[in-house]
Design a protein around this ligand. Sequence first.
Ligand SMILES: C[S@@+](CC[C@H](N)C(=O)[O-])C[C@H]1O[C@@H](n2cnc3c(N)ncnc32)[C@H](O)[C@@H]1O
Length: 219
Amino acid sequence: MKTSRRLAAISQRVTKQYHDIWDCCCDHGLLGADLVKRNSANCVHFVDSVPQICQHLEQNLSHHLPYTSNGSTSQWQVHCEDVAKLELKGNGTQLVIIAGVGGELCIDLLKGILSNNPKFNFELILCPVHYQYELRQFLHSQEIGLIHEQLVEENQRHYEILHLSTAKHSPISKVGEAMWQLSNPKHQAYLAKTIAHYRRMSGNNTHPAQLAYEALQNA
Ligand SMILES: C[S@@+](CC[C@H](N)C(=O)[O-])C[C@H]1O[C@@H](n2cnc3c(N)ncnc32)[C@H](O)[C@@H]1O
């Protein structure tokens, strides 16, 4: 399977060497495999909760990325577990990636990870499907800081890629102010679609997200 434009854009955000990278909800494992090949971490951890997916992935990775040992740690590991129960390593820089799942699930997984790992800071790359405003609201409430945000188009769908840190950085905007290029017709179309979505959801009351996105459109 070929790495998609969305996954390639996430991979390109990884520009430094981490101690551990966690490809959460990894499924096919394409993203993590790319990061192993690029030597982006001492260990890339592939995490998925479905046993068959994990078995298949382990076989695939063993075939394509032979299990090499670098000192006491190996270059990759597959973990069959619920991401909400993830315990990060306390030693060295940690990057947690959650992509391709709904924003609501992403919030639940983050609540678990944050409560299991209260003692140290880590970076996050999130690329949710839908529910972005609510996810951003949650991240804002947790004071998770923004490093970078970007909008990527693939097969006529738009994906928001958020690179974040639990250490202090700029506060995250609920509408992603830094990612928009509003002279770009594709960005304009995504903004119009997002506003239409919240208009439909609001019924008689105006949804705060609708007002926030409209303000962006009128700026
Ligand atoms: C659509 S795939 C996303 C694959 C890949 N991350 C991507 O962006 O292309 C979603 C995966 O999330 C896994 N998943 C869902 N909930 C999970 C959880 N609580 N813990 C671990 N994996 C989970 C599913 O088993 C599935 O393989």
